[in-house]
Design a protein around this ligand. Sequence first.
Ligand code: NAP
Length: 483
Amino acid sequence: MELKNKSLFKEECYIGGKWIKSINGETIDVDNPATQKTIGKVPKCGKDETRSAIESANLAFKNWKEKTAKERSIVLKKWHDLILKNLDDLAHIMTVEQGKPLAESKGEILMGTTYIEFYAEESKRVYGDIIPDPLPDRRIVVIKQPVGVVGAITPWNFPSTMITRKCAPALGVGCPVVIKPASQTPFSALALAVLAQEAGFPDGVFNVVTGSASEIGKELTENPMVKKISFTGSTEVGKILLKQSSSTVKKVSMELGGHAPFIVFEDANIDEAVSGAMMSKFRNSGQTCICANRIFVHENIYNEFLQKFVQEVSKIKVGNGLETSTNSGPLIDQFSLKKVKDHVNDAVNSGAKIAIGGDVHQLGGNFYQPTVLSNVTTKAKITFEETFGPVAPIYKFKNDEEVINMANDTPFGLASYFYSRDIGRIWKVAEALEYGIVSVNTGLPTKAEIPFGGVKESGLGREGSKYGLEDYLEIKYISMAGI
Ligand code: NAP
């Protein structure tokens, strides 16, 4: 790794303020998805190391929660500033382990810091209530308190932001965290831990455990000292964690899979819709939970949209994210590549036409061509499953009712997009879409100030905004009598 600050590259876990190896000495190789070469190893921890992290966090909870919100905010701000100071190195680590282009890595890390900045302030505003009591000598007092130790399990597609989005509100209100990052991108998480240590989080408040997902996940979900699980990842794993968490009735937040519809109505500004679709579909090579996965275009503007969209897609430069000319990196691994190939082949076999791309990229390895499929039928697998790759299937529709039904015909409900300039239609469609996020005339709705999250099988709870604090707080009612 070519880093200015070499201390950021850690091949150990951070537990109770100490850097440790796994008890049995086992490790996991981490590969660069662009070259498929191993860039380092992290400890393959399991149940025992996880329990030790939970115990350290639980021990640290008492002092951390008793600090004032302002004291905690000062540490969060130091962490924020250190991340910005080390931006170039953190972006390099992310690109090498995740594959996304350097500019996208920097963008993600900057986005991640906005959560820290936001919650360093918002955590000072955890207000209670005094409710008028029907009895004259009594008062109803409501206070909010931190839940306790938080187990945070995060995916590989946003190795930094998924951590700061969970940890900033948790730490801000007084909860210690035990983080289990994705095994494909642990180095970004460990670098954040180096900076958390430097920022001055007390020992045990910030822990990162790498290793066996099922063992770490089981301990985090079943250990009674953990009071809250916050997970971002697939719906399949989310369901396992929900079941496991029920044994100790934990609070849970689940940010799960998506299958976003992107609708272009007849009255839309087509150029803006094309640029929104580019942003929504091809960011991170199509590997985001809010990526447009089904693009519905009104039949009267279908050909114009398709032609302009394909023209933009033809400009994408695929390559190693470390090269400055690259604006689309590889897929994370061969498993993802296989799924993308399968979705494209299946769509073509069920009647779709390849407008551009449609095959593995000449660079080989984990690279796939940015692809647009036209005349996709509702029989294709891609109509029902999240692709998580650079494939844009385009469907034709005739009227509003038909397209709303098609958009809602999925168990997922995370993000949705549509383009229109008719205010009446905008309200009706926004209210009819069964999604946690409805993005009107923009392809990039995320920021720290918004409540991010899904409905249906896309999840439970919200991250970001004032609502994101609630997931780390318990409400306590104090009955005051004898007044
Ligand atoms: P994943 O396979 O569910 O993995 C996510 C995390 O869960 C990783 O840390 C993984 O560890 C861990 N994990 C896997 N099996 C586990 C188990 N049995 N117990 C405990 N932890 C377990 O998902 P992914 O492929 O990394 O991420 C892609 C998915 O995440 C997509 O469906 C995407 O839509 C979703 N996502 C959702 C959001 C959102 O905000 N709603 C944001 C980003 C991504 P290992 O890496 O060690 O296997």
